[in-house]
Design a protein around this ligand. Sequence first.
Ligand SMILES: [Zn+2]
Length: 584
Amino acid sequence: MNMRWNLDKLYTSFECDEIKNDFQLVEQLINKATNFVNENFTSTDNAKEKLQKYIELNITLEELVDRLYSYGYLAYSVDTKNDVALKQMEKVESYIPKITIIEVKFKKWISELNNIDELINSSELLKEHEFVIRNHKAKAKYLLSDKEEELIAQMQNTGSNAWAKLQDSVTSSLLVEYEDEKLPLTVIRNYAYDESPEKRKKAYEAELKAYKKIDKSSAACLNGIKGEVITIAKKRGYESPLEMTLVDSRMDKKTLDAMMTAIKEYLPYFHKYLQKKAQMVGHENGLPFYDLFAPVGKVNMKYTFEEAKDFIVSNFTSFSEKLGSFANHAFENNWIDAEPREGKIGGAYCSNLHVIKESRIMANFSGSLNDVTTLAHELGHGYHGDCLKEQTSFNSHYPMPIAETASIFCETIVMNAALKNATDEEALVILETDIMGSNQTIVDIYSRYLFETELFERRKHSSVSVDELKEIMTNAQKEAYGDGLNHNFLHPYMWACKPHYYYFDANFYNFPYAFGLLFAKGLYAKYLELGDDFLPKYDELLAATGKNNVKDVLAIMAIDSHDVNFWKSSLEIIKEDIEKFLAL
Ligand SMILES: [Zn+2]
């Protein structure tokens, strides 16, 4: 089976005439849009025509920019030595400040309209985009003057964005001394999954030691980025960086609080799991951090790519014909680049290419059960994109907390199927793998949330030193992991290792994972309750994610996001798995 993707639907090569033409077209469109906003957004006369015209322009421009950028990024991600691909990405990035200004002018103009209801009701196109229009209007109060907005966009390239790039290059070039070798951080961190207890422990010690080489520069990056975020959030009139994140995520504080309250209440069950795992791996006072991912059980399930395909497609199909045939289509039409080879980036991702109504999936498939669930996860993202393909691009931007729902849902389908067909020995391994994943998504994510909250608090007053960062991190881990972890073996440098803290335009990129897991579990429970009636509702929900706030997306499935009990019922499913595991 072909394990490489085909990108011809985007472009046939970097030299093709279509790319040259599209670059010319983008530049023309940016000029056209700039002239349009400058000429038309000075008064609110003929608002309906102006608004319609702007939305059409925005859609055309965005699709073109997306096509050019995606082609560069996709090619780069499977061949990081491809300088032509990198140049193409950079060329597209250079348009962003100009596009930002166009959007700022639009959002400000929208805020001046006082007959918005009448306007929306007067046009089908505007009605279709009602949520996005109203959302922009509501958020306009956080915009600064055109000059300030332009300055911020430009300064971020040399400020937070540059800090983020520095952190990226510092960690990706860090070599860890391990026995007689010097190994990249990604390789060393992967030893956490190794069968050998000595190897796991040694790798952890080597990893912690290596951070000393980069801790001061990482701390400088973190202080630079978070300092800038605090300044900008305050200038824009947000109460806090968290409020800014929530507004951007179209999520209210009540939803976050309900979820966090439920998580806190269920932490002790995870602690029990960790203690049990500690015993199984041979420890007395809780699990040391380096054994969090230690394999449990002897069986080693292996899949060929073909087998992975059959397994995923048949189990997706038993959930829904539509999901099954979507996955089959993706495998059969070379949407997936799964072959591990030199020069490819690590991990996996799915890119939903709205412009061609298709997706492409990048993975590094080596045949483990984890690789199979990763494929299922990414296909879930692709299915989300498929449900959105009839929406305009203006209507298909879903917020951060919803992003991991369809993907984790598909993982759940495959995990449950694997469990059903497993021998007792295999079942233990599958169950443990699943709980270990949930433990990361709930307990570790909770510790990251505590860390980031405290970091912002201290950064308000002054920069935060390496020692303080380590202390905040270990305190957060103690609180989240409780006696599940051995407090003498924590990971004080997680802030240097996880890239999420350095995303300059997305703060608190931790709770969305917990949200995705718990929402997906809740949806799966709805599926068990409703059977086939669930399917059209599920598609409807995914199609609506770009034009609703988070609370209303959940309401489509009759779920109240403010209700602590909903979040508890999802955690209850994990708790039952933990109890099953403890009994095995
Ligand atoms: Zn994902």
